[in-house]
Ligand binder design. Structure first.
Ligand code: SAH
Length: 427
């Protein structure tokens, strides 16, 4: 009976790479001979990676599943500060391309045996001599293991040009190390049955190459002044949403501010009318308690004078107004000259109730600055509070809009359709 691997051998090979990534945390990774991008699919979840690239000579294979590498909706809804760009190229590992230099890790999983021996020489020169990555993982079938498969003599796949014994693989690997300044360790995946491991080795043999100190800008055969070459064809590229992108950071902050401000407004109104909400009661209790005053003092140290005033307001909300949320009657809507009643929610209150705001904006004055430039947020004249229309007025306006629509003869839709956001803008 043929040896059966659990997990399957292809998964063990990919898991080997993932374990290496977890231990070594490379920022730039390229998978050569990426085929249908299965390894890249797994690597994209390791967000210490900032640039993930796949290369294959077969563009049709890449295209089969490349859209599966796109960000998921959660990546857009809850972006992190991690940055990830994915690029897929059609190209041959026997040709140089300047975009593949300077990587931390190159993987070549079950690729070299598909190359004629003359191309293996070119592969060595391109990968170790031109790309000069910090580390390279090469896996290839171990010919010695084949006799455990009860199949006719020959190679494991019709497209294989060779399958090396451990000695042949070792001889190629050591020559590469000598020529291009690398050290190699040999290992593998796919254990032989008990008692036979020593004799036949692993089913897939693996060499882990590490560039020797002082050889980082080796490029012995190409030289630093060599013209940059771009021989590969870019098939796909995507930037994952990241809070390092100012547009995305601003959108997340604004939606967080509006969510909390609206929540506080509603709770305050309910409180006024006798229906209290626990969340707000809790938030307010914390805010008025010792612990939170301590936190607001810390904030005050960090902030400018204007913010300090906000902090004072937080400590003694009663001195200046009836409650921390208050009505303002002075906001005049320019176009209609109609008197608006607003609910004012101090930024400092939002800041202390929503830890995410401080984590994302760093300082209250920073938050104020970001909100000042956003058309969705209305701030008080001194910028210390978010102004929201009062609820009754919202309802009145909704009814008016509804009436206008009915008058206009347009069909009325109960939900709004927003234009698609350009998340990639100004990356
Ligand atoms: N690495 C993948 C697939 C290995 S199959 C995995 O782990 O599952 C070998 C892949 O190498 C194929 O997709 C084939 O198209 C690709 N390949 C063959 N010759 C190549 C070359 N010269 N340059 C780049 N890719 C090549």
């Amino acid at each position: 009976m043929d040896p059966v691997f659990s997990p399957p051998l292809h998964r063990q090979r990919h898991q080997f790479v993932i374990d290496f990534v977890k231990r070594n945390k490379p920022k730039k990774v390229v998978d050569l001979g990426c085929s249908e991008c299965n390894l890249l699919q797994k690597l994209k979840f390791h967000r210490e990676i900032e640039l993930l690239v796949g290369v294959d000579i077969n563009g049709a294979n890449i295209k089969k599943k490349m859209h599966g590498l796109a960000p998921m909706s959660t990546d857009y809804l809850q972006p992190s500060f991690d940055q990830l760009r994915i690029e897929l190229y059609q190209g041959s590992v026997t040709q140089e391309d300047a975009r593949l230099r300077g990587f931390d890790l190159v993987t070549s999983i079950e690729l070299i045996e598909h190359l004629p021996l003359a191309d293996v020489e070119r592969f060595s020169k391109v990968v170790f001599g031109y790309m000069t990555p910090v580390a390279v993982i090469v896996s290839t079938p171990n010919f010695e293991f084949n006799h455990l498969f009860h199949q006719p003599a020959g190679f494991r796949h019709s497209d294989h040009k060779f399958e090396w014994t451990r000695a042949e693989f070792k001889s190629w690997a050591l020559k590469v190390c000598l020529e291009y300044g690398y050290a190699v360790e040999f290992t593998g995946v796919g254990q032989a049955p008990p008692g036979q491991q020593e004799r036949v080795g692993f089913c897939s043999q693996i060499g882990v190459f590490r560039r020797l100190e002082g050889r980082q800008n080796g490029n012995m055969s190409f030289g630093d002044d060599a013209e940059d070459v771009f021989q590969y064809t870019l098939l796909y590229s995507i930037n994952y949403p990241s809070l390092h992108n100012n547009n995305i950071l601003q959108r997340v902050l604004v939606s967080e501010v509006l969510y909390w401000a609206e929540k506080m407004k509603r709770n305050w109104i309910e409180e006024k009318t006798g229906e209290r909400d626990d969340t707000y009661a809790l938030c307010r209790a914390e805010w008025e308690g010792e612990e939170c005053l301590g936190a607001s003092e810390q904030h005050m140290e960090m902030e400018d004078k204007q913010t300090a005033a906000c902090g004072a307001e937080m400590k003694n909300p009663g001195e200046h107004q009836e409650s921390e949320l208050f009505w303002t009657n002075g906001e005049r809507q320019q176009e209609s000259l109609r008197l608006h009643r607003c609910v004012s929610v101090p930024l400092a209150v939002l800041w202390s109730c929503c830890p995410k705001l401080s984590a994302l904006s760093g300082s209250l004055s920073n938050l104020r600055h970001i909100l000042m430039n956003d058309p969705e947020v209305k701030l008080s004249h001194d910028g210390s509070a978010v102004l929201l229309n009062d609820q009754e007025q919202d309802l009145e306006e909704e009814e008016e809009d509804h009436d206008d629509l009915e008058d206009s003869g347009y069909p009325i839709c109960s939900h709004s359709v927003e234009t698609e956001e350009d998340w990639e803008k100004n990356v």
